[in-house]
Design a protein around this ligand. Structure first.
Ligand code: ARG
Length: 461
């Protein structure tokens, strides 16, 4: 028989179709441990307010302990008649504590403030877990950077050769956004550390319960300032989903580089056998499936965020049942990142780079033309003129099918009087990268400092 929370004014139970639609235990059961923690804290404030005597409090906490053990062992599980995690656990509590005591716990709380609180507790733990996994990807990137201190590669804009850069510089350009994602979760936690417990259905409680005591008991910094906001707000959930989506997008951009680098045409990396797949028909194939799944799952994470925002848009205050739809998107985001992150960190850690090929390609496509222009500027030539002169060098080389360093002293002088043979000092990849020595530049000394700062940040986060 269906146990209903609202028997009083109803003649019968809900229609089967409504019960089917309404039921959420298949996804909110993962909140069971948080629900029980909330119930313990709630028992204590009921006791503090004189609504449970000492014996009742002890009986309640003992019953909650038994319930928790049974949930953990699987001896207690939701039944088809249980609408949600709260309903199921109230049934479990009453089965263990009896009707009289078990029925007292619901005083002064509502599923509306409960669910808002439990979701925050779950997401705060998830954020702590996911930041650890993101930092594993960062570590893998930083280790690869450290392992290739001098390796150069073609830096690109518009996917065209632009200027040579250090491989370590490029790898760390993927590490910094991931470090910011970790910082985003940390910043987010300050807003998530506010407990809605005590907001009741929407208006707060008349029973003299102390929301701050519950908040402290459950590891929150403080209780909600506004009970309507406490029960109706989901911006904290959406912001969490945004950080997941952003991390997904950052992993996807890294993965797209890996996919390109692993092509025959690039030939920059070899994927480890353990992190690539073969083909059932083409024996020669080695596919970058981890990177492709990362790219694909980024779309799914973006969908989780946009679906949630669409659910929230236009909802009047305070609680509406639509809000039950907030959980599956964020649970999916957590689960998706949880399987994705270890695979990406494994893939990155085991990449082997063909640094010879990267070095060969680094100066091609006239990627040192900017160096010529900037060298001229250092000789006192206005940049507008320097840009023209360097462009003329490129045109001359294109006509003759050769590279910048193939221009003879005579040809250089013919193009411009300013182009003395000394310009050759920047016509090497090493000279080019070494010259970009301002903070944040790709000069080896700067990149080494950058690596130290990235490591220090990763360690402190
Ligand atoms: N299961 C609901 C949710 O996830 C919480 C229950 C509130 N339901 C209600 N009818 N007031 O949002």
């Amino acid at each position: 028989a269906r146990v209903s929370l609202w028997g009083g004014r109803f003649d019968g139970g809900p229609a089967d179709a409504l019960a089917e639609l309404s039921r959420s235990t298949h996804f909110d059961w993962r909140l069971a441990a948080y629900d029980i923690a909330g119930s313990r804290a709630h028992s204590r404030v009921l006791h503090a307010a004189g609504l449970l005597d000492e014996t009742e409090l002890e009986g309640m906490l003992a019953a909650l302990d038994r319930l928790e053990a049974d949930v953990r062992s699987g001896a207690f599980a939701p039944q088809p008649g249980d609408e949600d995690v709260h309903t199921a656990l109230e049934r479990g509590l009453i089965e263990r504590a009896g009707d009289r005591l078990g029925g007292k716990l619901r005083a002064g709380r509502s599923r509306n403030d409960q669910i808002a609180t439990l979701t925050r507790m779950y997401l705060r733990d998830a954020a702590r877990h996911l930041t650890g996994r993101v930092l594993d990807v960062v570590d893998a990137l930083l280790e690869q950077a450290a392992a290739h201190p001098g390796a150069v590669m073609p830096g690109r804009t518009h996917l065209q050769h632009a200027q040579p850069v250090l491989l370590a510089h490029h790898l760390m350009a993927h590490a910094w956004p991931l470090l910011r994602d970790v910082q985003r979760w940390r910043d987010w936690d300050a807003r998530a550390a506010v407990s809605p417990y005590g907001s009741g259905a929407l208006a707060g409680s008349s029973l003299g319960l102390d929301p701050d005591a519950v908040a402290a008991d459950l590891g929150f910094a403080t209780a909600a300032e506004n009970s309507i906001d406490g029960t109706a707000a989901r911006d904290v959930v959406a912001e969490f989903a945004f950080v997941c989506a952003m991390a997904g997008v950052d992993l996807s951009r890294l993965s797209e580089d890996v996919i390109l680098w692993a092509t025959k045409e690039f030939g920059f990396v070899r994927l480890d056998d353990a992190f690539s797949t073969g083909s059932s028909i083409m024996p020669q194939k080695k596919n970058p499936d981890v990177a492709e799944l990362a790219r694909g799952k980024a779309g799914r994470l973006v969908g989780d965020l946009t679906g949630l925002l669409a659910t929230l848009k236009g909802l009047p205050l305070a609680y509406n049942r639509d809000l039950q739809e907030d959980k599956e998107p964020v649970f999916d985001a957590v689960d998706t990142l949880d399987v994705l992150l270890p695979a990406v960190s494994g893939m990155v850690a085991t990449l082997s780079f063909d640094t010879t090929r990267m070095a060969e390609l680094a100066p091609q496509g006239f990627s040192l033309a900017t160096d010529v222009a900037e060298w001229l500027v250092r000789q006192g030539v206005p940049f507008r003129v320097a840009h023209e002169v360097a462009g003329a060098c490129v045109r001359r080389c294109e006509e003759q099918g050769k590279e910048l360093w193939d221009l003879t002293d005579g040809e250089l002088a013919e193009i411009s009087e300013h182009l003395t043979p000394a310009v050759r000092e920047v016509l090497t990849v090493e000279g080019s990268v070494a010259s970009r020595d301002g903070r944040g530049g790709t000069a080896p000394a700067r990149v080494a400092e950058q690596l130290e700062r990235a490591r220090a940040l990763a360690r402190d986060l």
